[in-house]
Design a protein around this ligand. Structure first.
Ligand code: FE2
Ligand code: FE2
Length: 485
């Protein structure tokens, strides 16, 4: 027997199996040996897909729900990306089930009570450490294991569409896992881990009782009494930020009035563009509440809204990139949360969505909206600022469409949606003076100090006229409409 002819390799003629003039057989997907010996039945495949589909939905929910009240900025951004990945793949797995089976597909039915408790425990984790450890130390690794096993176990030719979805999902889940391992390492020391041992062993027992996430392993028995999810999880709508953020009610510097002032040159406007971008941390914080509190929509709604949520997180990080590129310490700047706080606590999910839509529609006019911001960026002759505004504008086009697809029909038309959003927004403004009188903020004018830092970066002398900029949001809201007194 020759070396390239292992014992289990089927032959054509006398030698090992070959394609025409040595072309790879089976389009190179797998060897003939693998093809003749590997495979799951359709029922087995569907059963694993249903569990993957369910788990991705559960994970999506956790990532989204915990963005608002979990304070760490970097994790808010990571949860935004990871929820987006989950939302995208949920639909691909659902589609595959519908290809192989007649209704009912079982997509809305829990495949395993132990698996449900497993995810509910992580959803209800009371602090950052168990949340991060549960997500990235247990849930994501279990998902990766399930995908890897699926890829190994199913027949790549017979079940090719599933194999392909698993493979593409795995690429992104490996990224999630890599980030997650770094997050666990950065945030959780051995002592904390040891302190969480009772809980993490419950997570292990739950996975054991489920036969692992994919149900492919022998089921084990053990105490499955819930710890954190003994009380049902309640979404927390109040945004929180980590200790680098301060003066969260500060609305002392009106960035829009500065940007729209034709007498102010473009370069100093860079700072306001970056400020506006980074302040967008509040959009994922707010969209998290819409997604968490809106039930019963088709998955496409959650997918589209989660995509937008991730885009808004990207916008915040674009601002961060801008500040870092100039050596400006963004922690000096109050990145207020009054918008996400007000919307989340005072409005219904539908009203919040309408406010978002109204604001985004307001960004479409050429002279005042996203195109204008992009023109300012062009005029600064800074490539980074240009790229940031270019993609920010492009994303807004998609967001306007998401609103048209999902909100406008529900509110009876474009005009109605805009009026509804405008009205709702006016309800959450107007506390400017109340916050100052209540001692929550002095609306400190942070502009001169940051402008001086920026001038140092540019190697220019600050312009005294610009240093004196002192327009607040007291009477003018960000879309430049007057706030009724
Ligand atoms: Fe945005
Ligand atoms: Fe947007």
């Amino acid at each position: 027997m020759t070396q390239d002819h292992p014992p289990n390799t089927p032959k054509n003629g006398t030698g090992p199996y070959r394609g025409y003039r040595n072309l790879p057989p089976l389009v190179g997907l797998q060897s003939m040996a693998e093809a003749t010996s590997t495979g799951l039945t359709v029922a087995e495949s569907v059963s694993r897909i249903l569990r993957l589909h369910w788990s991705l939905k559960k994970l999506h929910r956790i990532f989204v729900a915990r963005i608002t009240a979990m304070p760490v900025y970097e994790l808010k951004m990571a949860f935004s990306l990871h929820s987006h990945y989950c939302a995208e793949h949920v639909e691909e797995f659902a589609k595959r089930v519908r290809e192989m089976r007649q209704p009912p597909y079982g997509l809305e039915v829990s495949p395993d009570a132990a698996l449900d408790t497993f995810f509910d425990e992580i959803l209800a984790a009371p602090d950052i450490e168990p949340l991060v450890l549960g997500l990235y130390g247990y849930a994501v690794p279990a998902l990766v294991r399930a995908l890897e096993r699926f890829i190994a176990d199913t027949n790549k030719l017979f079940d090719h569409p599933t194999w392909r979805v698993c493979r593409l999902t795995l690429v992104e889940m490996h990224d999630v896992l890599e980030y997650g391992e770094a997050a666990v390492k950065a945030l959780i020391d051995e002592k904390t881990k040891a302190g969480l041992r009772d809980w993490t062993s419950l997570l292990e027992r739950l996975l054991g009782a489920a036969g692992d996430l994919d149900g492919s392993q022998p089921r084990t028995e053990g105490d499955l009494t819930p710890i954190y999810s003994a009380q049902p999880y309640k979404y927390d709508p109040v945004p929180k930020r980590d200790e680098r953020f301060h003066d969260l009610y500060n609305m002392g510097v009106n960035a829009e009035a500065f940007l729209l002032d034709p007498d102010i040159p473009s370069v100093p406007k860079t700072v306001m563009l970056y400020f506006k971008r980074m302040r967008e941390i509040d959009v994922p914080e707010m969209m998290s509440s819409i997604l968490s509190e809106t039930r019963g929509k088709p998955w496409e709604y959650y997918r589209a809204m989660t995509r937008q949520l991730w885009d808004e997180a990207r916008h915040a990080m674009m601002g961060e990139i801008g500040f870092v590129s100039m050596g400006i310490d963004w922690t000096k700047i109050p990145l207020n949360f009054t918008w996400s706080l007000g919307l989340n606590t005072l409005l219904t999910p539908l009203e919040r969505h309408a406010v978002l839509y109204t604001i985004e529609q307001g960004l479409m006019p050429k002279k005042t909206g996203k195109e204008y911001e992009w023109e300012v960026a062009l005029a600064t002759a800074n490539r980074l600022t240009e790229l940031i505004q270019d993609y920010d504008w492009a994303d807004e086009v998609l967001h306007a469409r998401i609103g048209r697809d999902w909100l406008v029909p529900e509110l009876g038309g474009q005009k109605e949606a805009m009026a509804f959003g405008d009205h709702a927004w006016s309800h959450v403004l107007g506390d400017w003076n109340k916050w100052r009188e209540g001692g929550i903020t002095e609306h400190h004018n942070w502009w001169p100090e940051v402008y001086r830092d920026a001038c140092q970066y540019w190697g220019t002398e600050p312009d005294p006229k610009l240093l004196a900029y002192d327009t607040t949001y007291e009477t003018t809201r960000p879309d430049m409409k007057q706030i009724a007194g």
